[in-house]
Design a protein. Sequence first.
Length: 249
Amino acid sequence: MAEPILRATGLAKVFGGLAAVRDVSLALWPNQVHAVIGPNGAGKTTLINLLSGDLTPSAGTVVFEGEDIAGQALDRIARRGIARAYQRTNIFAKFSAFENCRLAAQARHQHAIRLFRPARAYRAINDAAERALSLAGLEARAAMRADTLSHGEQRQLELAMALATQPTLLLLDEPLAGMGPEEAVRIALLIARLAENHAILLVEHDMDAVFNVAATVTVMVDGAVLATGSPAAIRANVAVQAAYLGEAV
C-alpha cells in the first residue's frame, strides 16, 4: 500500500482552556505496530479517543482509508474498521468468553437481529466470534465465564472482542497494564502476531514491550509530539531521554 491506512494531521483537543492534544500528526501503516509513549498526562489516551470517535477534535483531520472520519459517530467509525480496547478491562463479566465475542460481532452486523431467533442461528456472527477467540489464543476458554479468567486472559478477551468486529486497525490503550512479567510477554507476542494482518496503534508504558514490537514510536509530552522514529532512533534521542526515557534506556 502506497499510502498509510490512517493519517492524522494537526489534531487538537481543547477542554475549556486546557489543550490536551496540540497539533499532533502521525501516520499508521498496515501490518505494523506504531507505539505512542510518554509520561502520564501527555495526551496519549485523548489521542486514541480522537482517532476512535470517542471524542470530536477541536481541530485537524483523521483520514482513514481515504475518508476524513474526524467528528464522525463512534459506531460509524467502528463499522468502518477501527476497533478500540480501553485502559480498563471492558467485558461482560457474567457472560462466557464466546458470548462476549458474539455480542461484539453483532455490533458490526449490518442486518437486524430478530428477537425470537436463537443466537446460534446467526452463523456469520458465531463464526466471527470463534475466529476472534482463536486469533486471541482463547479458543480453549470459549465456554468459561469472563469473570473466572485471569487478568491477562481478560485482556486477551478484550482483544478478541475487538477482533470480532473484523477491524483493519486496532487502537490499544495500555493492554499490559497490571500484568505480571509472564502475562505481559504473552500479550506482547500476541500483539506482534496480530500486526501480521492489522495496523496497530499501541499506547503503552512497558518499554520492553514497546521496543520489541513497534516498528515506529511517537513520543508525546504535554499534548504534543516530541519525536517520532524507529525504536533505535527514539532510544538514542537526547530530548526523549531527558523528557521521558532516562539516561539508562
